[in-house]
Design a protein around this ligand. Structure first.
Ligand code: TXA
Ligand code: MG
Length: 335
């Protein structure tokens, strides 16, 4: 078994980190939880058909039971075993973007426990592209329920070490697949009648979906609308306050507070470089997405008392990045 004990990391934990897919499968078969890599973010996985195992996910994450989980399948053609009434539009999307950073909300079959969907008749389905997630799911023969592997409300993990830092004392094993290549959670798409609706902007740009099926509705985020709890404003928040907008204006108002800076392309001169993170020096939005959550975590731990985050271009993955920053800013604004 190629595992590494977590001793020496300076963290209080019981978990092992490794790349042993057979061991992860054995744990999952016996109803235990395993953190798994996907191309979007790391997930906290359990057998989706085992209610006790699924209940354990909610406990470990400290997640309210009204917030449903995504069901992960090895391939899109298994949707027919777990979902019902799959429309032609949904099939088109599945064919084009599964595997990949797309989650589809579809009516569920009764084999999916109500606990997974928080009592909803709809279930969220996703087919991860990451080769380790793929190999694991193909080995298992049952789907995996997996939310992002972070405590409820905090920033999603994009490395095995992120998972270890926050959940290492609560789970037996973290399957290490390296840093996530997309770095943002999946884009969630559902259907209201024949209209496709984006409930969460994510790693698949809205424009790519529209190129295939025409104009989408994008639901505005609302703290008072729990329809898709991923829409709650209070997600993705660092522990210190984060303000989001035009960096020059934010700096003019907050320079005296010695803020940390989350910049798109370049650091600000005249401010300590160690309190600054750049998402992509070349202005590449995919690179910015890949770096976003790790950069937020570093700034959160930097010792600064607040983070000033730059608004990115509102296009492609920039829209999903702005969405995360807007919601991080919505929670803990300074008094
Ligand atoms: O990229 C991702 O989607 C990652 C990886 C691990 O697959 N997963 C993820 O899961 O981000 P989670 O639980 O952190 O976010 C899923 C969001 C939640 O906000 C949840 O409310 C929403 O999807 N969701 C899940 N099932 C739903 C359902 N049946 N109806 C409405 N919303 C649902
Ligand atoms: Mg999450």
């Amino acid at each position: 078994m190629t595992t590494t004990p977590c001793v020496g990391l300076g963290i209080n934990c019981n978990a092992m980190i490794g790349n042993d897919i057979a061991y992860a499968a054995e744990l999952l078969r016996s109803g235990q939880l395993v953190a798994i890599p996907t191309e979007t973010v790391y997930g906290l996985a359990a057998n989706a058909l085992n209610e006790a195992a699924v209940a354990h996910i909610f406990e470990v994450k400290n997640r309210p039971y009204f917030d449903p989980l995504i069901v992960h399948l090895p391939q899109a053609n298994l949707l027919d075993q777990y979902a019902a009434d799959i429309s032609a539009q949904a099939r088109l999307l599945a064919q084009a973007f599964m595997p990949g950073p797309l989650t589809l909300l579809l009516p569920k079959q009764s084999v999916i426990p109500d606990l997974v969907t928080a009592g909803s008749a709809l279930c969220a389905f996703r087919v991860p592209l990451h080769p380790i997630a793929q190999a694991l799911l193909q080995n298992l023969g049952f789907p995996l329920a997996a939310p992002s592997a972070n405590p409820f409300g905090y920033i999603s993990p994009t490395t095995a070490a992120h998972v270890m830092q926050q959940l290492g004392d609560k789970i037996p094993y973290i399957l290490d697949g390296g840093p996530c290549q997309v770095g943002l959670e999946s884009t969630i798409v559902g259907f209201e009648g024949k209209q496709a609706v984006v409930y969460r902007k994510g790693g698949l740009p809205v424009e790519q979906i529209e190129a295939l099926i025409g104009p989408l509705q994008v639901r505005p985020h609302s703290a008072s609308n729990p329809l898709a709890p991923g829409m709650l404003q209070s997600h993705y928040a660092p522990r210190i306050p984060l303000l989001w907008g035009n960096l020059e204006e934010l700096l003019a108002a907050h320079a005296h507070e010695q803020p940390a800076i989350l910049a798109f392309r370049q650091k600000k001169t005249g401010l300590p470089p160690e309190y600054q993170e750049v998402l992509s020096p070349t202005g590449d939005l995919a690179e910015a997405a890949r770096n976003l959550f790790a950069a937020m975590r570093r700034l959160d731990a930097s010792g600064a008392s607040l983070i000033l985050a730059e608004r990115l271009p509102e296009q492609g993955l920039g829209r999903a990045i702005n969405d995360r920053l807007r919601r991080a800013a919505a929670t803990r604004s300074p008094e």
